[in-house]
Design a protein around this ligand. Sequence first.
Ligand SMILES: [Zn+2]
Length: 147
Amino acid sequence: MKICKKCVQPDTRPGIFFNQDGICGACIWENTKKNIDWDLREKELKKISEWAQKSTERFEVAAWLSFCKLVLHPFAVCIAVFYIFKVELYPATVMIAAASLPVAGNIFMVAQHYNVAPKRASAAIFLSTVLSIFTVSFTVAWVSNIN
Ligand SMILES: [Zn+2]
């Protein structure tokens, strides 16, 4: 039976290997760790963390703007046409369905209202366009049921 010259780990352990000096993989790695620049690694980790926080924040802003455009806007129009202006059913339906469309200009206006940078507004326009596949279908189906 072969054993590691440093830590006496035997070769009966699954997956173990030894270098030409009879040192096991775990001991080689233990030695390698001493030569790692941990300060540099910490800087790299902080960079990654900052990047992740920024993209999370960007996603939250985009999600909120998309929600405003795709859900709050048609809902507000719905209240306005039915309860405030008492619009007839057919034009009301058209107005609600139109309000549920992901119009980039409207998203941009909402973004401006919340002082969101133009770059983030583009993310919101993209996200809301993707989500509108579901929300527009839902709104049209729901409005058709009222009719
Ligand atoms: Zn060892």
